[in-house]
Design a protein around this ligand. Structure first.
Ligand SMILES: NC(=O)c1ccc[n+]([C@@H]2O[C@H](COP(=O)([O-])OP(=O)(O)OC[C@H]3O[C@@H](n4cnc5c(N)ncnc54)[C@H](O)[C@@H]3O)[C@@H](O)[C@H]2O)c1
Length: 288
C-alpha cells in the first residue's frame, strides 16, 4: 500500500504525459507542470488521444477516461506543487534544467516529499547532490510508452535512504507495474544490459557473421525476443544509441560500451534508422 497522496509530474512531453496518465488512472490526484500553456495543451491533447484509443478498443470505459483526465491539474507555476508527496521529473534531458527545477520545487514541497527523476542517461547521484535532503531523492525510470510498459526501475542513488526506496517500490506497485531496484549505473539495469549486446551485434554484422535480416530473424525465433537487435536499433535511432553508449563508455571506460566503428560511421553518414529512412533494416541498402 502506497502512502503517497498527491503526485506532481514535471514536464508533459513524451514521458511526462504518459506518467501523468498512469498515475491519474490509478486514482492519484496529479499536478502537471509545464513551461507554458501551449506545452500543457499539447501534453494534455496527447494524453487525451491515448485515452480515447483505450475507449475505442474497449480497454477502458468513457467514465474511466473522463475520471483519469479530471484528476490531472495542469499548472505553469512551481508554487502550485505545494502539498505534493511525490514529485516525478520528466523534463528535457539537461542536468542544469533539472537542477534548477528541483531547487524551485524543493522550496515549496514538504521536507519528506519524495523527489525523483525519470532521466535515462544522467547520474541520479549527481542530481541528488544538488537537492536539499538528498535521502528523499532517487530515479524512477519509466519506459516508453509509460502507460503500456510494465516495468519501472527504482534507481538508488548513493544518497537515497532505504525508506525512500521502500515508498517508491510501494508506489510503483500501486500503479500495477513491476518495480525493479537497481544501483545508479549508466543505463541502470535494462539499458546497462542492452548497450553491450547491441554493440556486439553491430560488430558481428560488420564482420559479416550474417545478413541483417537473418540476425534479426535468428534472435526473434531463437531467443523469443519480440524485435531483432538491428530492427530495434533502427527504432531507437542510431544517434540515440551512439550517444547513450558513448556516455556510458566515458563514465566507466568499460570496453563493452565502446561504440563500434560502423555505428559511428552510420551516424556520421546520416543513417539514423527509421527517422532518417536508412538504417540497418530500414531503406534496403546494405551499408557495410
Ligand atoms: N523518450 C523516451 O523514450 C524516454 C524514456 C525514458 C526516460 N526518458 C527521460 O524522460 C525525460 C523526458 O524525456 P521526453 O522524451 O519525455 O522529453 P520531451 O522533450 O518529450 O518532453 C520534455 C518536456 O519538458 C518540458 N520542460 C522543459 N523544461 C521544463 C521546466 N523547467 N518546467 C516544466 N517543464 C519543462 C518541455 O516543455 C517538454 O514538454 C528525459 O530525462 C529523458 O531522458 C525518456
Amino acid at each position: 500500500m502506497s502512502d503517497i497522496g498527491r503526485v506532481a509530474v514535471l514536464g508533459l512531453g513524451t514521458m511526462g504525459s504518459g506518467i501523468a496518465q498512469v498515475a491519474a488512472a490509478s486514482g492519484y490526484e496529479v499536478t502537471a507542470l509545464e513551461t507554458d500553456r501551449s506545452r500543457l495543451d499539447a501534453g494534455l491533447a496527447a494524453l487525451g488521444t491515448f485515452l480515447d484509443g483505450g475507449v475505442e478498443r474497449g480497454k477502458i470505459t468513457q467514465a474511466e477516461r473522463d475520471g483519469t483526465f479530471a484528476r490531472i491539474r495542469p499548472v505553469t507555476d512551481a508554487a502550485e506543487l505545494a502539498g505534493c508527496d511525490l514529485v516525478i521529473e520528466a523534463v528535457t534531458e539537461r542536468a542544469e534544467v533539472k537542477r534548477e527545477l528541483f531547487g524551485a520545487v524543493a522550496a515549496v514541497v514538504a521536507e519528506d516529499a519524495l523527489l525523483v527523476t525519470n532521466t535515462s542517461a544522467l547520474s541520479v547521484t549527481d542530481l541528488a547532490a544538488s537537492v536539499p535532503g538528498p535521502g528523499r531523492f532517487a530515479g524512477l525510470h519509466f519506459f516508453n510508452p509509460a502507460p503500456l510498459m510494465k516495468v519501472v526501475e527504482v534507481v538508488r542513488a548513493l544518497q537515497t535512504a532505504p525508506e525512500s526506496v521502500e515508498r517508491l517500490v510501494a508506489f510503483v506497485g500501486s500503479l500495477g507495474k513491476e518495480p525493479i531496484i537497481v544501483k545508479d549505473r549508466p543505463g541502470f539495469l535494462v539499458n546497462h544490459l542492452l548497450m553491450p549486446y547491441l554493440n556486439d551485434v553491430i560488430a558481428e554484422y560488420d564482420g559479416e557473421l550474417a545478413d541483417a535480416e537473418d540476425i534479426d530473424t535468428a534472435v526473434r525465433l531463437g531467443l523469443g525476443h519480440r524485435l531483432g537487435p538491428l530492427e530495434l536499433l533502427d527504432l531507437i535511432g542510431l544517434d540515440v544509441h551512439l550517444h547513450a553508449t558513448q556516455s556510458a563508455y566515458e563514465a566507466t571506460l568499460d570496453p563493452r560500451f565502446a561504440p563500434p566503428p560502423l555505428l559511428r560511421q552510420m551516424v556520421a553518414a546520416g543513417h539514423l534508422g527509421r527517422k532518417s529512412g536508412q538504417g540497418f533494416r530500414t531503406g534496403g541498402e546494405d551499408v557495410r
